[in-house]
Every structure is written in C-alpha cells, then in structure tokens.
Write a protein that binds this ligand. Sequence first.
Ligand code: NAD
Ligand code: DAU
Length: 360
Amino acid sequence: MILVTGGAGFIGSNFVLDWLADNDETVVTLDKLTYAGNLNNLASVRDDSRHLFVHGDIGDADLVSSLLAQHKPRAIAHFAAESHVDRSIHGPAAFIATNVNGTFNLLESTRAYWAALPENERAAFRFLHVSTDEVYGSLSPEDPPFTETTAYQPNSPYSASKAASDHLVRAYHHTYGLPTLTTNCSNNYGPYHFPEKLIPLVIANARAGKPLPIYGDGQQIRDWLYVGDHCAAIRRALADGRPGETYNIGGWNEKANLDVVGMLCDILDELAPRLQGGSYREQITYVADRPGHDRRYAIDARKIERELGWKPAETFETGIRRTVQWYLANEEWVRNVQSGDYMKWMERNYSQRDAERKTA
Ligand code: NAD
Ligand code: DAU
C-alpha cells in the first residue's frame, strides 16, 4: 500500500481519486483536516475497502510511526502542507510547523521504519516529496524557465518553508540514503481547488456577483498545469524516478493573471451568462498588491519528459474549460466550503486590501 499525506486537500484528493480509479493498491490517507482539508473531496471512496482515512498531524511522531508499523507502506506521497502564500504573509507560524517541522518529523519516522525493512523492500521504498516552483523565486520576462539546477531564492514565508523542507528531503537522501524523490510543480488548477486561490475564487465570486480581485496590475505570470496532469507526473516519478533526484513539473502555459481572469469570464459568459446581462468582466476589480509578490514563474519540464516520458495531456484551453464546467456542476461543494474559518479569512484578507487601496 501507499501512504498519502494531505490527501483531503486539493491536489492530494485528486491524486487519491485518480490512483484508486486505475489501481487496486490500497491507499492510507493521513490528513489533519485544516481549513483546506475537506472529506467531501473523498466522498466517492468513503466506502471503498482500498481506502482508509486517518485524521491526524504529520507532526505527531507517535501516530506516524504507528501508522508506518501497522500498514507497512512501500511508498509515501507527501502532499500535506500549508499552501496559501497570502496566509503565510498574515501568519507564517503554521507554515513552519507543518511544512518544516512536520516534514522533518515525517522524515524521521520514515527513516526509522525504512531502516528496519528487509533489503529488497528498502531498495524498492520511495518517499516522494511534493514541492513547488516557488522555491526558485521570481523570474524577469527575459529569464529562461526554472530548471532542476536553478538556485533556490524563496521570497515568501510559504516558499521559504517549502524550500526548507526540500533541503531536509535532500539531506535525508544524501546522509542516510533514504530513497527520496522531490517534484517541484507550477500552479495547479482543476476540481476541488479551494476557493481562496485565484482560479476557483474568481469562478465562485463571478457566480455570486462579487468583485473579481486582481492584485496590483494583474501582469504577474504563472505557469498553469491541470491537476490531473500533475498527479500523472507524480505517479510516473513514483514508478520510475531515480532516488535522490528532483523533477520539475509544469504545463508550458505561462499566462498573466489578468488574461486568466479574462478567459474565465469569457467561458462563464458562454456557459452561465449573467442574469442581468453584460459580461463577468465588469466585475473585475483592482486591489492592493500582495507584499513581495513574485512577478513570474515558469517551469522547464524537459527532464521529466526525457527521463520518465511524462507530458501534460491538457492544454490550458481544454483544462480551464473542464474546470469551469466542474465548478458549475458542483456549486454545492463551493457553498459548503464557503463557511466558518474560510469566510473569516476572506474578510481579513480583502477588507485590509480595500483599506490599503483607499489610503494609497
Ligand atoms: P491544500 O492546502 O489544498 O491541501 C493541503 C492538505 O494538507 C489539506 O488537506 C490539509 O488538511 C492537509 N494538512 C495541512 N497540514 C497538515 C498536517 N500538519 N498534517 C496532516 N495534514 C495536513 O494544498 P494543495 O494545493 O493540494 O497542495 C498540496 C501540496 O502540493 C503542497 O505541498 C503544496 O506545497 C504543493 N504544491 C501545490 C501547488 C498548487 O498550485 N496548489 C503547486 C505546486 C506544489
Ligand atoms: O507556483 C505554485 C504555487 O501556486 C503553489 O506552490 C501554491 O501552493 C499555490 O497556492 C500557488 O501559489 P500562487 O500564489 O501563485 O497562487 P494563487 O492562486 O494564490 O495566486 C495566483 C496569482 O493570482 C498570484 O500572482 C496572485 C494572484 N491573485 C491571487 C488571488 C487569491 C490575485 O490577483 N487575486 C487574488 O484574489
């Protein structure tokens, strides 16, 4: 079986669902169910005997060690993290606790478990650490995309915490020989994306008649990848990745935020026109920029293509349309998410930006 951490979040739940869709190997999901973890994402496998959900923290050494001893995974796919850059600016402590200390604890427990395995199982074992392109920092328009050898220059508390975890994973391979793999992926989008992130937030706000908030000038560039393609890349890396290696994963889809929002509005205008007429573009609103906002990310994904034969299946045009269709068909999921802590966070993030903009 495999152990998946953070499997109730956006990418983790897509990974678990995709895994179980074409694989009989059992999955144990370990998730703390923070505001970003949602068991509804895994509702379709609730009664599936191949899936076990465990509510807990990757930083809980006793729990992690007992899970490893009990279930004896042949691999760990480590998704669990605090993942939102804006939240890391407002409150970095949780990012250090989970992304750094939590990953450290997971590595320590895994090292002890792995060291006691029989030789053939030790050799076959994999610890796959899911990381981000943000560890490389920000690119200028003329810079080439990030490769696996680009120097780390994290700029936000989130990316700094992910960079720290990447370094720990690297050290556990180098020092102890733990068979690790690290993947650094660009911006994902798709089903079950929590509506605090740009794409699902814009879809949800558009439908609710609310402003579509653009930070700064909206010309920041992200390299978008459909989540199913990211999950496929992780399965390839787990199967055939070389221990100790890192693989960049990206969609070759560099887009400015304003263009992404414009595309979302156009698709929504076509699939779910506004009752009062006019375009959703009329709801676009400029708000104060994110402090330290990285200008551009872009991934050079040639290594994983060359070595593991992975390529994205979706173009941005096909993936974004699928995504809008999913959100339109699952407005109940969005409504369920938009409650409690989420609403408090929205108020804190955007009321402060409005105040800053008015005083600027
Ligand atoms: P997410 O915030 O949607 O989900 C994170 C999940 O981890 C949630 O289910 C949460 O409950 C769980 N979690 C948080 N702290 C935990 C803890 N201490 N113990 C156990 N579970 C805990 O995040 P996501 O967007 O799905 O990202 C998953 C991973 O992929 C992260 O490591 C992130 O850094 C990385 N990543 C994300 C993107 C992206 O665009 N979303 C791109 C590249 C890499
Ligand atoms: O690059 C990979 C990273 O992508 C992941 O490691 C992170 O976990 C993930 O959250 C994502 O980070 P970003 O900061 O790029 O994603 P976000 O959706 O928050 O923002 C995308 C861009 O849109 C960014 O330039 C900020 C901007 N933005 C975001 C929000 C929420 C806005 O203009 N308005 C908004 O309201």
